[in-house]
Design a binder for this molecule. Structure first.
Ligand SMILES: [Zn+2]
Length: 59
């Protein structure tokens, strides 16, 4: 059973990372964003400041 348990802190890290990558605007740090897909690139588009950033997505 060793190694089957993932520490809660690690899960939280992943959620934080997800929020940082896909929800929070890198410019104004607001969560008022939408994901837009253009060819193989996904962008995070901010409704608050209009910033658009490509996000790294591994599918
Ligand atoms: Zn913004």
């Amino acid at each position: 059973m060793l190694g089957t348990k993932v520490p809660a802190s690690r899960i939280n890290d992943k959620i934080q990372q997800y929020l940082k990558d896909f929800v929070i605007c890198p410019e104004c740090k607001r969560p008022d964003t939408k994901l837009e897909k253009d060819d193989n690139v996904t962008f995070i588009k901010c409704s608050a400041c209009g910033a658009k950033h490509a996000v790294k997505v591994r599918i």
